[in-house]
Design a protein around this ligand. Structure first.
Ligand code: ADP
Length: 190
């Protein structure tokens, strides 16, 4: 199985790029954000707990997202691999992912890291708020907190993955097709 991490700040285009990438390479797209929003929409206990944190721009607990990831791995029978979008988001989640993959006799294939400045991120999230109606996209202070959370908790993963030699950067500015072509070129190599 192939295991790709699509990495980047909120608004980098992970969800947008994951869909065509999944189709092209027969990979299953797992977005922890989308899975959490589905729990919220279904009104589950997990969803209610997550909603409070997401609406503040905070992360949900590691064990919650890790449980979702493991279930998604176990449910998959057809695909040749996975694209992880929005996971891992902390060094602790990255370590747990390594352990989970090792238990399955597998390992990470590559980290595709979308590079984009904070100023562009803010514009994109503001644009998306009008289209998708996500509660965590609408308020400037929540967006600020998500970007701050990214720099504090998620950005340290870059150093973590650089150590493994599996970390690859892709400039994420340009059209969706241009960024997609850069990603395809990278994924073709691994
Ligand atoms: P974005 O990348 O645009 O911030 P996501 O859809 O990936 O949006 O995530 C939305 C929210 O869901 C995050 O702000 C966070 O609260 C929560 N979340 C998603 N993935 C994780 C994760 N791996 N660990 C903790 N919280 C997460």
């Amino acid at each position: 199985m192939k295991y790709y991490i699509l990495f980047g700040p909120p608004g980098a285009g992970k969800g947008t790029q994951a869909a065509p990438m999944a189709q092209r390479f027969n990979l299953r797209h797992i977005s922890t954000g989308a899975l959490l929003r589905a729990e919220i929409a279904a009104g589950t206990a997990l969803g209610k707990e997550a909603a409070v944190l997401i609406e503040k721009g905070c992360l949900v607990p590691d064990e919650v997202v890790e449980g979702m990831i493991e279930s998604a791995f176990n449910a998959e029978k057809e695909a040749v691999g996975f694209i992880l979008d929005g996971f891992p988001r902390t060094v602790s989640q990255a370590r747990d992912l390594d352990a989970l993959l090792a238990r399955r006799g597998e390992s990470l294939t590559a980290v595709v890291s979308l590079i984009i400045p904070d100023s562009v991120v803010k514009e994109r999230i503001a644009g998306r708020a009008a289209i998708e109606g996500r509660a965590d996209d609408a308020k400037p202070e929540v967006i600020e907190n998500r970007i701050r959370t990214y720099h504090e908790k998620t950005e340290p993963l870059i150093a973590y993955y650089k150590e493994t030699g599996k970390y690859h950067e892709v400039p994420a500015e340009g059209t969706i097709e241009e960024v997609g072509a850069r990603i395809n070129e990278l994924v073709d190599r691994f």
